[in-house]
Design a protein around this ligand. Sequence first.
Ligand SMILES: [Zn+2]
Ligand SMILES: [Zn+2]
Length: 133
Amino acid sequence: MSTATSTKKNKNINDSTSSTITLPNNINNDFLNTITDPTDFTKTNLRNLDSLSRCPICKDFYETPVLVDCGHSFCSLCIRRSIVALEAICPICHVEIKESQFRKNDVVEGTVKFWKMMRPLMLKHDQNVPDTS
Ligand SMILES: [Zn+2]
Ligand SMILES: [Zn+2]
């Protein structure tokens, strides 16, 4: 399995033939609200940060995140729907969970709030700075 040579296309930033992502000069609200998924980011760290801000069930940014018994976090609505539709277990580690033990995860909620605000800027930064990793 050592044949994975150059699958990363964005390494050579001076390559004029490469299809670079062009951002609109006048960044409008439409652009700011265009939030797709972690693969928007080319840098692993930013991509990871974006992934961490998302609920494992709906894959969208956490909405009223709750911490369940095992330590995993989900949107309040997502996990409640999950335990009603399926079993009262964590969808990730399959540990038994109790709704009475759910705790609002203020830290995640705050982080997601600021990440969503920062995201358009970080996306711009991501595409203008060479990958140093
Ligand atoms: Zn969710
Ligand atoms: Zn879990």
